[in-house]
Design a protein around this ligand. Structure first.
Ligand code: NAD
Ligand code: SIN
Length: 472
């Protein structure tokens, strides 16, 4: 929650205040990052890596406290935020390997001349983070950017300032030199100011397609600046000839409802063969009815917590009501058990034959079912979206999966696995409205540095062999 003068972060599960403060000073943060850049970029790679290793240790030593803070500020269950903190620490090793493999120095020879390909940091990079993984996702830009030699201005989501502050404190405890990583708290207007700042060299963004498109427009006049956009999806999951219905239903539920549906890779559209879907839907509803929605520290732990705030819950309720008004049949309703808090139950609606369904990302526990006559129609529905982040097939054989893989328009294409839970040691990104072809995770190294190709000789040797007049 924010206003132009004060920022307030609220525990979605309890309504208690987690953090309060004022928006940061963008100019001051960019100036600090600029001042720290030459020394940081000149440091040997091994020293920059050593800082990252110290940070990794600090994160691991404080994993419990860190996970509890993420749970308080996002409402995600503690079991899940523990995995987020583990991913934050693991990112360091992955980024070191990726830096070497994707942007490490390469040497060779071209027509007898020594050739070297090295990479340079862009300079001062802005990082804008989302709320759903308030540590893991900005961290996924910050670690590789620091290894590459950039300095950073980090503006987290206005919903998760405390997590961001904690993460930056981990870097401080690791001894990161002053000015290398600068935190600026704020909402959209602060993000806009940072993105438009003349003295940044680029921006690494994770968030919604609406914001990403606005940033793309903002960067239209500065094509020389790097802009990496990781955005949302309207992800399809086809189930075809599934054998183990219980396991299939479990993976569908994970795909759609993990993190209360607040993952960019969550399945939003379930596509099944018309007439054969009965037993599968029975298995799925049996799981939906057992899903526990609760507070992050409940014991036993819930499967999912609330969505981030009441306005997000209002938007999801409005999206659900719109689908129902258009003719969607409710299989399991979206229920908000407490009017004052953003808990929502997992919903499943059959939208087969309903026209005019908006191609929007419902960032919550709302899954739309499409019944189709054959696999051609299934593929057509799967690809009928402006987004292209993740896509999944469950069931079928290798030949069907090969077809699905070949025809899917998405950056993550899985078989018999959930659409979410992407591996950090692989590239992560999408096409269409899901990204701008600068994938993150393992390929983040690529957008954190630019290549410099050099031909190098110890002495000048050369003649012009053709096209010269005789010497006089
Ligand atoms: P968001 O776009 O609302 O906000 C993301 C960040 O941008 C925040 O820091 C916000 O303050 C800032 N911002 C908002 N408006 C801005 C503007 N006009 N100019 C500059 N900055 C601005 O996204 P969110 O709601 O925090 O996160 C959820 C979204 O993120 C979902 O759409 C989800 O799919 C997407 N997401 C994508 C990935 C991915 O890697 N592809 C991962 C996680 C989440
Ligand atoms: C996300 O980054 O929102 C999703 C990551 C995943 O679970 O695939």
């Amino acid at each position: 929650m924010s206003s132009s003068t004060r920022l307030l972060s609220i525990d979605p599960a309890t309504g208690e205040t987690v953090w309060e403060g004022a928006p940061g000073d963008v100019d001051a943060a960019v100036a600090k990052a600029r001042a720290a850049l030459p020394a940081w970029a000149r440091r040997p790679l091994a020293e920059r890596i050593a800082y990252c290793r110290s940070y990794q240790e600090v994160v691991r030593e404080n994993a419990d406290e860190f996970a509890r803070l993420i749970a308080s500020e996002t409402g995600k269950p503690l079991w899940e935020t523990k995995t987020e903190v583990a991913a934050v620490a693991a990112k360091v090793d992955i980024s070191i390997t990726a830096h070497e493999e994707r942007t490490g120095t390469r040497q060779g020879e071209v027509q007898g001349v020594h050739q070297v390909i090295r990479h340079k940091p862009h300079g001062v990079l802005a990082v804008l983070g989302p709320y759903n993984f308030p540590a893991h996702l900005p961290n996924g830009h910050i670690v590789p950017a620091l290894i590459a030699g950039n300095t950073i201005v980090f503006k987290p989501s206005e919903f998760t300032p405390a997590v961001a502050e904690y993460m930056v404190q981990c870097w401080e405890k690791a001894g990161l030199p002053e000015g290398v990583l600068n935190l600026v708290q704020g909402a959209g207007e602060t993000g806009r100011a940072l993105a438009g700042h003349a003295d940044i060299d680029g921006l690494l963004f994770t968030g919604s397609a609406t914001t990403g498109a606005a940033l793309h427009r903002q960067f239209a006049e500065t094509p020389g600046k790097i802009l990496a956009l990781e955005m949302g999806g309207n992800n399809p999951l086809i189930v075809w000839d599934a054998q183990d219905l219980e396991a299939t239903a479990a993976l569908i539920a994970q795909s759609a409802y993990l993190s209360a549906g607040q993952r960019c890779t969550c399945a939003r559209r379930l596509i099944v063969e018309d007439g054969k879907e009965g037993p599968l839907i029975d298995a799925l509803t049996a799981i939906i009815d057992r899903i526990v929605v609760g507070e992050p520290f409940d014991d036993p732990q819930p499967f999912m917590g609330p969505v981030i705030d009441n306005r997000a819950a209002d938007r999801l309720e409005a999206g659900y009501a719109d689908l129902v008004e258009r003719g969607a049949k409710v299989i399991r309703p979206l229920v908000r058990p407490r009017a004052d808090r953003p808990f929502l139950t997992p919903a499943l609606v059959d939208v087969t034959g309903v026209s005019g369904i908006p191609d929007e990302e419902h960032f919550g526990p709302l899954l739309q079912l499409y019944r189709v006559p054959d696999f051609d129609a299934a593929m057509a529905v799967a690809n009928d979206t402006r987004f292209g982040l993740s896509a999944g097939l469950m069931g079928g054989d290798r030949a069907l999966y090969d077809r699905f893989w070949a025809e899917s328009r998405a950056g993550i294409v899985n078989w018999n696995r959930p659409t979410n839970g992407a591996a950090s040691n692989a590239p992560f990104g999408g096409i269409g409205l899901s990204g701008n072809h600068k994938p993150s995770a393992y390929y983040a190294a690529d957008y954190c540095a630019f290549p410099v190709a050099s031909l190098e000789a110890d002495a000048v040797t050369g003649t012009i062999a053709v096209g010269l007049k005789p010497k006089v």
